[in-house]
Design a protein around this ligand. Sequence first.
Ligand code: NAP
Length: 276
Amino acid sequence: MLRLALIGKDVSLSSSPEIHTFILNRFGVACTYDKISVPPEAFHERAKELLCRYDAFNVTIPFKREIVPYLNGLEGDASVFGAVNTVLSGSGLGYNTDGYGFLLMLENAGLKVKGKSALVLGAGGSGRSCIKKLTDAGAEVFATARTAERLKTVYEEIGGFTPLETVELRPFDLIVNCTGIGMHDTVGQAPSVRFREGLVPVGRQLLSLCSWAVDLIYVPAQSEFLKIAAQLGKRTVNGEAMLFYQAYMADCIILERTPNAAQARAFWEEYKEGKA
Ligand code: NAP
């Protein structure tokens, strides 16, 4: 029986236990999966305990970077992003599967990103991974952030994209909301973007210029950002499938299995059907 957990500031509403249990069951593996909400000041104490108590664990906001000093090393995307969402306690190694989940979500939605132009909103943890994954997959990436300094740091660290201090109204194949605005206490709000005139919430003007609107959030299923895009007849994708696919990849790492995109998609379809 695998002992697993998720640690974050408030993971009380997380569906990770259901998702991981579902995926691991499909692989014929039984598990327990605990949700551990920890205030930032108590993280130090709990991080060490997690490494002893669980075979592996997942890490979410705001501890994806904070966990790094407790680990023996970082693998793959985690070493590029300096942020971890999956830890194997035995080896003490950290992994980041968000980027895998993001690209597979787009691909399975029918969006091939190679050669496409993408505007990424937000330069936090997920903004950084989306920018990197999109550039690596051959998209022409533009990114903008509320705080210019943060965007500059991401540019210096990963490069390969065009940082926009202010956004010009021009067509983009896809616009990706990586700000988290639209969920929790910001339901009904759209992320702000800096135009030459100042910082304003994304609206019809910008979204009318894209073909796809992608939001990493999934509660509510249709954020304000996606609602505006859908009203304009745009293709929309929320982050629910990404959450599932990053969990699938994390479980493949835990079980030392080779991930398979078709299998991940079949599992997702079955999971979704079971929830409907
Ligand atoms: P983060 O590191 O806190 O970054 C958030 C970014 O959004 C920052 O650049 C922040 O700018 C910007 N921002 C905040 N409020 C804004 C506003 N009103 N207008 C414009 N920009 C604003 O968070 P994260 O880790 O990247 O996560 C972002 C969201 O993605 C979260 O909601 C998370 O749940 C979601 N996510 C989903 C998945 C999935 O599997 N579906 C995976 C990862 C993340 P400042 O620097 O100026 O504060």
